[in-house]
Structures are given as structure tokens and as C-alpha cells.
Design a protein around this ligand. Structure first.
Ligand code: ADE
Length: 278
């Protein structure tokens, strides 16, 4: 486990973030994006110029009469595979034109293919992407994409989880959301992202708001005590407890202090004694 330097890490990451980000999205279904990108914080981030999203319909880059974008796979088998040409043409022409040439050379723009075979998207990758000015997201569909897109166009391939969606569009939206909320000014509280679940390797503990008693269920007394140090310690311990119970795998990479280790050792002993009794 690492030395307790989480606070410094969190701040360093915030400093390297951009003040705005542009996403170029390549999709067969641009209509899927209206709604999620218009509402709430993403909508406001777009109005404020912090987030720019350009949607590119891959079909418009197919040059044949019927704008064909998918074909059956070579070698047989079911399903359809997205063709290489329209996607290469779309990405190359967009990235080498207009604003893409301005702030960022096309070669520096990550081209991310969304697919269930990609590396697993995480808070760490969201933080890494929040340092970019421009990001291109290519939404795969059907049974998959021609392998040459993966080999010669994409610079990275991301999955948002071990399940299969009908396409990469919802994954692209999840990534845009997770990255944009890290940019300065998108969330009301500038320190909020430092305490996020996953931001420092732990899940967040419980939160409560008014009323103090709801249907007989009381808010933990310590939160009403006014003792800031005690509240901070309680929150830390609840975050440790929740991570220990739900995602113990995260603990091996978390920034843990001597007190954190002692608390976890206590939880382990408690669990041991409960199991011993059971
Ligand atoms: N396309 C289909 N399933 C996906 C997933 N889990 N992540 C990213 N893109 C996908």
C-alpha cells in the first residue's frame, strides 16, 4: 500500500487539467446524444464553453450510392462488421480540418474506440483524459469493427464495463460525463472531485441531510457534534468500511495512513470474530 500522499496527488491532478475540452464523436446514431448532453451540468458546461461536442455521422462519409457502413464478415459467420473506409475518412478529415488544426495537431488527439474489448475505463483514465484539449471517440456497432480500425486508426480502446451494449454511444456519453465534471467550474464545489468515490482509491461513505430523524431513522450523532476533526475521522472510517465491505480489491492501491491501517485491522478482527461465532 502507498504512503499517505493522497491530498497532494489530488491537487497535482487538478492543476494539470484543461479549462475546456472538445470531443469529436463518430457515430451512426448522432440522435442518441441529444438529451444527455443538453441537460444539467453537461448542458451548462456546453453553454459556458467548457465542453464542446461535435457529432459526426459516419454514414455521411461512405462514398457509395447507398452509404453502406457495414458488411458481413470475411470467412462467414453471423452479424455485420463496420467497414474501415467510412470511419477512416470521417476521422481523418475531421481531425485534419477546422479547429482540430488550431489548438492541437491531429497527431496529438487521442482516437478512442469504444468497445467491450477495450481496457476498462476508470477514474484514473477520466483524470488522464481531462488533461487533453481534444478527444475523438469512435462508437463501434453491430458485431464489431474492421480490425484495421483498431490497428491503424485508434490510439486507444476503452470499455465501460464487462457487459455488452448495443454500441459505443452510451459508453461515449459516460466517458464525456466523467471527464467533463473534472474540469474547473463544472461542479459547484471545486474540491468535490477530490473526495469522489474512486478518486483516491476508496468508495465514499454515507451522506445525510435534513431532517435529523426520518421515519424514526436518525442521522449519526457525530455529524451533529460540530467537532470537525471527529467528523473528518468518522467520514474516513466509513469510507474505509464501505470499501472493505464492497470493494476490498481497491484497498491494495489506496493511499492509507497508519490510522487507516489500524482501523482496517480492527474491521478484519471484527469480521473474524463474527465468522468465528457463526
Ligand atoms: N460497446 C458495446 N459494449 C461496450 C462497452 N461495454 N464499453 C464500451 N463500448 C461498448
Amino acid at each position: 500500500m502507498h504512503a499517505p500522499d493522497g491530498e497532494q496527488n489530488g491537487e497535482a491532478r487538478i492543476e494539470s487539467r484543461q479549462t475546456s475540452i472538445s470531443f469529436d464523436i463518430f457515430t451512426l446514431f448522432p440522435g442518441m446524444f441529444s438529451g444527455p448532453l443538453d441537460a444539467s451540468m453537461l448542458g451548462r458546461a456546453r453553454e459556458d464553453g467548457v465542453l464542446s461536442v461535435r457529432l459526426h455521422d459516419i454514414r455521411q462519409y461512405a462514398t457509395d450510392k447507398h452509404h453502406v457502413t457495414d458488411e458481413p464478415p470475411y470467412g462467414g459467420g453471423g452479424g455485420m462488421v463496420m467497414k474501415a473506409e467510412p470511419i477512416f475518412r470521417a476521422v481523418e478529415s475531421v481531425l485534419s480540418s477546422s479547429w482540430a488544426v488550431g489548438p492541437v495537431p491531429p497527431a496529438d488527439i487521442p482516437v478512442i474506440l469504444l468497445s467491450p474489448q477495450g481496457r476498462l475505463f476508470s477514474q484514473e483514465i477520466a483524470q488522464e483524459l481531462s488533461t487533453k484539449r481534444c478527444v475523438a471517440l469512435v462508437c463501434g456497432r453491430y458485431e464489431g469493427v474492421d480490425e484495421r480500425i483498431r490497428q491503424h486508426l485508434a490510439t486507444d480502446e476503452l470499455s465501460i464495463g464487462d457487459y455488452v451494449l448495443t454500441g459505443g454511444e452510451l459508453a461515449a456519453m459516460a466517458i464525456i460525463d466523467a471527464v467533463t465534471r473534472l474540469l474547473p467550474g463544472v461542479l459547484g464545489d471545486p474540491t468535490a472531485t477530490v473526495h469522489d468515490s474512486h478518486a483516491r482509491g476508496l468508495l465514499e461513505g454515507p451522506h445525510y441531510t435534513r431532517p435529523r430523524v426520518f421515519r424514526g431513522w436518525e442521522v449519526p450523532e457525530i455529524l451533529l457534534s460540530g467537532d470537525h476533526a471527529a467528523v473528518a475521522r468518522w467520514r474516513r472510517e466509513e469510507a474505509l468500511r464501505r470499501t472493505f465491505e464492497r470493494r476490498p480489491d481497491l484497498l491494495s492501491d489506496a493511499d492509507l495512513s497508519v490510522e487507516d491501517h489500524a482501523f482496517l485491522a480492527r474491521l478484519l478482527r471484527e469480521r473474524g470474530s463474527v465468522q468465528g461465532r457463526g
